[in-house]
Design a protein around this ligand. Structure first.
Ligand code: PAN
Ligand code: ZN
Length: 210
């Protein structure tokens, strides 16, 4: 075992302690909870107003399924730090629409983010406040650079596999969820025979949820 391996193993415990360097392994099969210091679960009820098929949404709420999970390394939320962790969007649909994250702008708009796909198939759907949008494929080994000022949402377009991504963003970025909660993204990604289709979101076009 060389010195870097020793250092990595030692630092897998007590992860965010002070400002000591640390290392950990990225497990392509999914995160090992012991490598991370925080775990968040988001169920269907957290995505109120985001899925277009409202009848199906209301019916599925009875069981309030788990849509996605985030494992994070807790670090101080200040400029100079890098917040990082793993996001897992489970496979599933609400009507024709795939399971997805809430999505957000960063509160400090001029902050970027990097996503690295470890497993699964999906899209990173992005848009800015000038009305432009983009969708980048997430497949294992692909990196997506979310430019400053772009909202972002991960969508699992696979049939049965988790979409697992590693993300890194500036410590002072913060999260603005309210803008997306109110209006959604301007595009929806819907399942179609043989693939998916990106279509306009009528809620966004009409100016948002009441
Ligand atoms: C990620 C996301 C994570 C969950 O860490 O927070 O994928 O998505 P929501 O935050 O939209 O629920 C990130 O982009 N942080 O900035
Ligand atoms: Zn982000």
């Amino acid at each position: 075992m060389n010195m870097s391996q020793i250092s990595t193993q030692d630092s897998n415990r007590g992860i965010s302690s002070g400002s000591r360097p640390f290392g950990f392994a990225l497990d392509f099969a999914g995160p090992s909870a012991t490598n991370f210091s925080a775990h968040l679960e988001r169920r269907l009820s957290a995505l109120h107003g985001q899925f277009s098929d409202q009848d199906t949404y209301a019916r599925l709420l009875a069981s309030d399924p788990l849509i996605y999970e985030v494992y994070e390394m807790r670090r101080p939320e200040v400029a100079g730090e890098l917040l990082h962790g793993i996001s897992i969007v489970h496979p599933g649909r609400v009507g024709d629409e795939y399971y997805m994250t809430k999505g957000h702008f960063h509160s400090v708009r001029a902050t970027a983010e990097i996503y690295y796909c470890l497993r699964g198939n999906g899209l990173l759907l992005m848009e800015n406040q000038e009305g432009d949008w983009a969708a980048e494929t997430l497949t294992p080994g692909r990196v997506v650079y979310v430019a400053p000022n772009w909202a972002h949402r991960s969508i699992n377009t696979g049939d049965s596999e988790d979409l697992v991504t590693f993300f890194i963003y500036p410590g002072h970025a913060g999260h603005d969820y309210a803008t997306i909660e109110q209006r959604g993204f301007r595009k929806l990604v819907l399942a179609r025979s043989g693939g998916f289709e990106v279509v306009d979101n009528s809620v966004w076009l009409s100016g948002g949820n009441d």
